[in-house]
Design a protein around this ligand. Structure first.
Ligand SMILES: Cc1cc2nc3c(=O)[nH]c(=O)nc-3n(C[C@H](O)[C@H](O)[C@H](O)COP(=O)(O)OP(=O)(O)OC[C@H]3O[C@@H](n4cnc5c(N)ncnc54)[C@H](O)[C@@H]3O)c2cc1C
Length: 220
């Protein structure tokens, strides 16, 4: 998979800190951009759980070569915007799919998996040759089929997303993507994302009996 940060609110930490400060000041946000220490102010406001302030920061990612299985989980996040490669308008003549490591690591598993994918794509191509439109032929394509997707989330939704999807309980592929998104966010907005990640990097795990028992180390 390839994850790129396509666009983001410039100076997000400062902008959100100014927005936060404007709630308690006679002055408007544009006059507060350089007043006080934005890291301290924002750290305090976000730490108190006043997360509406960080909705002013927006991040757009371009994600390439992930499975439809991943994107099916991803698009459950409703406070986000998505644009996904269409299987109606983009014909997928060549086999293009994700191979999980549990399959790739063993020749017998890899053979079972690969031969089924070959059969699937043979069926797909035969159906389209016989005049079946791509929008119908795609019904034979697997969950592992790769796709590209553009994601936009504000920082509040990203904190929530990282909390759920950087967790060891999240499925490995979406977790790898979330980890990379968090790394990219931290590069440009270190204060907002300082304590981002699964709940165990901030305190006790809320998963109860389902906890993995292996707290993740804070990254970044
Ligand atoms: C480890 C894991 C396992 C999962 N397993 C399953 C499963 O087996 N089956 C399944 O169906 N899903 C499963 N999910 C998906 C999960 O149930 C959520 O749909 C998904 O994580 C999106 O989270 P969300 O609804 O909190 O967040 P978002 O949609 O990103 O929304 C963010 C927040 O906005 C608020 N919000 C958004 N919409 C509403 C609304 N309509 N009403 C009130 N508040 C709202 C909520 O506070 C919500 O937390 C799983 C997720 C994880 C991380």
């Amino acid at each position: 998979m390839k994850v790129e940060l396509l666009a983001y609110t410039p100076d997000a930490d400062r902008v959100c800190a100014a927005a936060g400060k404007s709630c308690y000041s006679e002055r408007p946000a544009h006059e507060l951009l350089d007043s006080g220490d934005p890291d301290r102010v924002l750290g305090r406001i976000v730490g108190m759980g006043h997360h509406s302030v960080i909705e002013h920061a927006v991040f757009t990612f371009s994600v390439e070569g992930v499975s439809r299985s991943l994107t099916h989980q991803l698009v459950r996040h409703r406070i986000a915007s998505f644009s996904q490669q269409s299987q109606r308008y983009v014909p997928l003549e060549r086999p293009t799919y994700v191979v999980p490591r549990t399959v790739e690591s063993d020749p017998e598993r890899a053979e079972i998996y690969g031969s089924l994918m070959d059969a699937v794509w043979n069926a797909y191509n035969r159906l389209t040759e016989l005049g079946v439109p791509a929008e119908d032929a795609r019904y034979v394509l697997p969950n592992g089929c790769t796709t590209n997707i553009t994601i936009t989330m504000n920082a509040r939704e990203l904190l929530h997303f990282f909390s759920l999807r950087c967790c060891n309980r999240a499925q490995w592929e979406i977790r790898e993507m979330a980890d990379e998104m968090l790394r990219l966010c931290r590069e440009v907005s270190p204060t907002i994302f300082e304590k981002a990640g699964p709940p165990c990097v901030r305190g006790p795990c809320p998963e109860g009996k389902l906890s993995c028992g292996k707290p993740r180390k804070p990254t970044g």
